[in-house]
Write a protein that binds this ligand. Structure first.
Ligand SMILES: NC(=O)c1ccc[n+]([C@@H]2O[C@H](COP(=O)([O-])OP(=O)(O)OC[C@H]3O[C@@H](n4cnc5c(N)ncnc54)[C@H](O)[C@@H]3O)[C@@H](O)[C@H]2O)c1
Length: 354
């Protein structure tokens, strides 16, 4: 095992699965003296292998051991959805800053409790929303705010992705109400909704239809959901499926009185259409000419913006600056997802207890 140095800011990874490499990469990319000092997975062999593969000094199967280490500044919680709230509570109570993967929690009440706890303890709590940091998303957000699209009239948001049966069958949590708390929306579709909320404003659920328990015998949660939402007076059409033959394809379209944009949050993100005015076309040309994105450290459609959010998190821990991905954002996403499921007739709390 490599020796741990004495960096002033020591970070720990709790959950060494698919997304964990993006977190190690993000903390390693920081200019200031941060170090990833613990790899923790409740599967001891996975923790050891992950630590060895990423040059992390210490490995353990016990999150409690990590939280009890006074040298640890902050933790990434990269575990199944059901454990986000209890582990975040333990980490915050132990005085750690917390970067939790999405979603914040499976219920709004749990999320609110965490937000209060973080505020009481004076600790940073941030929910991963990496696509809010994508340069293209930020550019489109500026165009909306600056009125380049005129008055927003309509938004269409979709994600089609393909998941094979082993993705659910080989996982202790995916495809279950108890562990994942839903599937297509809360897991894959989350990012598209997050971006749409940011661009259009708070979303209200008007109607929602879901298909559950039909794609694979081992999957009890929804594989497909379509919904009509509204941002104020603006209709927003949302749909997501994990039953496509296409690995990953997102689309976000904003139709305004002065211009239309169509883009994705895949990797690398693309601006497919920007029409309506010479000014919009000029701004779009600048975006298209932007330097190509660096290689992603993990699965390509996770993108590279974990690095940007982790840099923001580190600034917030070190200097107390507010973050782009605020806890309020994570909380509003938890509420929106709860409403989407409820409107589709899925009582998640009841299903989690069944
Ligand atoms: N932001 C993104 O783009 C993105 C991408 C993928 C996953 N995610 C999110 O990341 C989280 C993890 O997803 P994943 O695909 O990496 O899952 P995964 O199943 O691949 O990994 C989870 C790991 O956590 C470990 N674990 C479970 N309970 C633990 C505990 N109490 N202590 C220590 N380790 C524990 C498991 O053994 C497993 O190795 C989820 O919330 C998911 O939605 C986000």
């Amino acid at each position: 095992m490599p020796q741990r140095s004495h960096a002033p800011f020591l970070h720990a990874i709790v959950g060494c699965g698919r997304v964990a490499p993006n977190h190690v990469d993000g903390f390693r990319a920081l200019a200031e003296p941060w170090e990833v000092g613990w790899a923790c997975d409740r599967e001891p062999a996975r923790a050891r292998e992950f630590a060895a593969a990423h040059g992390i000094a210490a490995a353990t199967a016990s999150a409690a051991e990590v939280f009890a280490d006074p040298a640890v500044t902050s933790v990434s919680l990269t575990v199944d959805h059901a454990q986000h709230a209890p582990l975040a509570e333990q980490a915050l109570t132990a005085g750690k800053h917390v970067l939790v993967e999405k979603p914040l929690a499976l219920s709004v009440a749990d999320g609110e409790r965490l937000v209060r706890l973080a505020a009481d303890r004076g600790r940073v709590l941030s929910v991963v929303s990496q696509h809010l940091y994508d340069p293209l998303v930020r550019a489109v957000h500026r165009w909306v705010k600056d009125g380049v699209l005129g008055r927003l009239l309509h938004c269409r948001v979709s994600l089609e992705s393909s998941r094979e049966e082993p993705y659910y069958a080989d996982s202790y949590w995916r495809g279950t109400w108890a562990g994942e708390g839903g599937s297509a929306v809360i897991n894959q579709g989350y990012h598209c909704l997050d971006v749409a909320r940011t661009l259009c404003g708070e979303l209200r659920v008007v109607a929602s239809v879901a298909r559950c328990g039909e794609l694979f015998a081992t999957m009890e949660t929804e594989d497909t959901l379509s919904a009509l939402l509204a941002a104020g007076e603006v209709p927003v059409a949302f749909s997501v499926t994990v039953g496509s033959t296409v690995t990953w394809r997102s689309r976000i379209e904003l139709i305004g009185s002065a211009g239309t944009v169509e883009f994705d949050i895949d990797h690398p993100a693309s601006l497919h259409r920007a029409t309506g005015s010479a000014e919009l076309e000029r701004l779009a040309a600048v975006e298209r000419a932007r330097a190509a994105e660096e290689e992603p450290p993990g699965i390509d459609y996770y993108g590279v913006s974990h690095r940007r959010q982790i840099a923001d998190f580190a600034q917030s821990v070190q200097r107390g600056e507010p973050m782009t991905a605020s806890t309020g954002n994570g909380l509003r996403m938890a509420a929106l997802i709860t409403d989407l499921y409820a409107a589709a007739g899925l009582d998640r709390a009841q299903r989690r207890e069944a």
